[in-house]
Structure formats: C-alpha cells, structure tokens
Design a protein around this ligand. Structure first.
Ligand SMILES: [Zn+2]
Ligand SMILES: [Zn+2]
Length: 360
C-alpha cells in the first residue's frame, strides 16, 4: 500500500510502497477515505516533536474498517469510522478513572511512534516504519479499536469529518471538559487555526459569547462568519478584549497557538475567577513564563487540555455534527491527493488552508 513517509526531519515526504501487517489483539485495520493535516504533524516533520523517522504522519481520519483483530467488539468490516489521535488502553489507572485521554500506556508510546504494545505494523523492505498517532496519511492504517467511533451512514461521504478526530475532539475537551463553559459565558479563543475555529463553533453551539483573536484576516473572516466577534492580534488585543467585556475579560480563555506571547496574552485576557485553558502545543522542552501576581490575585485557574475521550466525547461530537451544530466543512474545505501531500503541508504552514484534507 502507498503511504507518505518522512525519512528525515525537515525533508519532503515521499509517497512509498509499504507493507502493512494484520491487526493484532484490540486493533483494527482501516482503509483511509480522508485524513486531516494538523499543526502537530508539522512539529513532527520538523523534529520539534521528536518521533524517530522513518515514519508516517497523520492522526485524524475518516476510514472504512477492513479487518478487526482478536477481541475487538462492536466493530465489523465495512463500518465507516472517525479515527482519533487518542489511543486508550482501557485498563490503566487513568482509563479506569474516566481520564482515558490521559491513558498511561498511550503516553508511554506516543513519542516512540509505535502501537500500544511497543511494536510497529508498518515496514518498508523489512525496516520497521513508525507512525505519528495513526499514520493515516496512507491508504491503510492499523490503530487501536478504542480510537475509533462509528459514523451514521448519512455522514459517510463527508471527507471533512476527518477533522473530528483531532481538531473537534480537542475543541470539545477544551470548551466542555477543561473550560467547563456554561451558556452565556464569554469565551475568548486565541488562535484561529483548525482547533481555534473548531473552538469557536463548539462554544457557540453551547450558547457562549465568543471572541476570536487571530492574525490571518481570511481566518478572522471565517470566525466572524461563524458568529464570533473578532480581534486582530496586531491591534492591542488585551485592551480590545477588555473593552468588549466591560473591562472584565473572558470567563474562559482558550489558548490554541502555543507560544510564550500568546500564553501570556491569554492570562491577561482572563476575567477574575476565570479559566485559562492551554491547548496549543510548544516544542518538547520549551516553557512559557507565568504572570504569577495576576494569576494569584485574580484567582485564575490555568488548566492544560489534551484532546478528549474518544469513547465518551467523540460520539457526542459526531452527534453535534449530525444535527448541524458543528460545520467542519467551513474549515476543512481544501482537498489534496496523497501525491500532493507536500503541497498540503505547505498550504497549512503558509496559512493558505485552515485544515487541508488528504484523499488517499
Ligand atoms: Zn492534530
Ligand atoms: Zn489506559
């Protein structure tokens, strides 16, 4: 089968012929219909998220189940699913206490690029090939069955739904689980990429007032069309958010960029008693300073948010899409063939495309 392989950091991907093994216990073999291109993939391509190459990136997809491994229940060949980047083992301490997005087993293998059992299912001429949380920039992928959720038949032919597996799952975790957003809250989102715009839709769907802070005029326009008030980061964004909120700031501020400057900005934009939800990733090892006096005196909660629970939250995201509350087609509209993978990556990097979709 064909897949987009990264051979060395900061080099173009090559579409190669790969061997794919059959799924083992608890796993499924997927035939990929569509796959999203995400900023987390770019970090891997650059080596900032140091998964060792050779590897196949891609961690959100719509796919057909081709084969189920031993001890997989509730899935059968022919089912169409959304595949997420979170792989719960189902048995560790965090899985057992309802925090399967923080699965201990998954955390162990995430940066190694292997399956939960520490081995790979892909190879090239006998050399093992790793994956970044799925390896879905390919015709086929093997993932844990716990990572996928079935789609109702009326949603089978919507390639943009690949973005549910990362962008929208992450938005759900940030707005609902970590942000604890209530109807009528003011939600400020810093960043208008795939996750940021998914946050805008999610918070609107929950009945929040939404203010989107971003840099790219085209993306701010999309946020505005989704019903957000928009603030250009090149103006004085903190003052502007304060002006729009009677000097209070946001009840929930979601940081979806991952830079020192925007983390600081998010903390300054939070209302007293508010929550700052950190979603944007920085390169492994990088840190951001915290304005402690403000956090302490204003009783601000800072909370990190990693994805959401695929088996608990992803079915709810699918249900919201099914009822028209979320519209992934508004941010995932640009399609590319697998051979055009480097153009798709470039389109995301340059800001030309919010969520490029590959059609392998
Ligand atoms: Zn992602
Ligand atoms: Zn677990």
């Amino acid at each position: 089968m064909r897949g987009a392989v990264l051979h060395a950091y900061n080099t173009p991907l090559k579409v190669e012929n790969l061997d794919v093994e059959r799924p083992r216990e608890g796993e499924v073999l997927l035939r990929i219909k569509s796959a999203g291109v995400c900023h987390s993939d770019l970090y891997v391509l650059e080596g900032a998220t140091p998964v060792p190459p050779p590897l196949v990136p891609g961690h959100e997809a719509v796919a057909v189940v081709e084969e189920v491994g031993p001890r997989v229940e509730g899935l059968a060949p022919g089912d169409v699913v959304v595949s997420s980047f979170i792989w719960p083992c189902g048995r560790c301490r965090n899985c057992a206490r309802g925090l399967e997005n923080l699965c201990e087993k998954f955390a162990e293998v995430r940066l190694r690029g292997t399956m939960l059992d520490g081995t790979t299912r892909l190879s090239m001429g006998g050399t093992p090939v790793r994956v970044f949380l799925g390896g879905v920039w390919a015709e086929y992928a093997v993932v844990p069955a716990s990572a996928v959720v079935k789609l109702p038949q009326r949603l089978w032919d919507k390639p943009e739904l690949a973005s549910l597996g990362c962008a929208y799952l992450t938005a759900y975790g940030a707005v609902v689980n970590s942000g604890a957003t209530s109807p009528g809250d003011t939600v400020v989102v810093v960043g208008t990429g795939g996750v940021g715009l998914a946050v805008v839709q999610m918070a609107k769907a929950l009945g929040a007032r939404v203010i989107a802070v971003g840099r790219n005029p085209a993306k701010l326009k999309i946020a505005s069309e989704m019903g957000a008030e928009v603030v250009d980061v090149k103006s004085s964004p903190v003052e502007e958010v304060k002006r729009l909120t009677d000097k209070r700031g946001g009840d929930v501020v979601i940081e979806a960029v991952g830079s020192e400057e925007t983390v600081d900005m998010a903390i300054e934009m939070a209302a007293a008693g508010g929550r700052v939800v950190l979603v944007g990733l920085m390169a492994v090892g990088r840190r951001a300073p915290v304005h402690v006096a403000r956090v302490v005196r204003s009783g601000i909660t800072i909370v990190g948010s990693y994805g959401a629970r695929p088996r608990v939250d992803l079915p709810k995201v699918v249900s919201m899409v099914d009822r028209g509350l979320l519209r992934p087609e508004l941010l995932a509209s640009d399609k590319y063939r697998l051979e055009e993978v480097n153009q798709a990556v470039e389109a995301l990097k340059s800001g030309k495309s919010v969520r490029p979709i590959l059609l392998p």
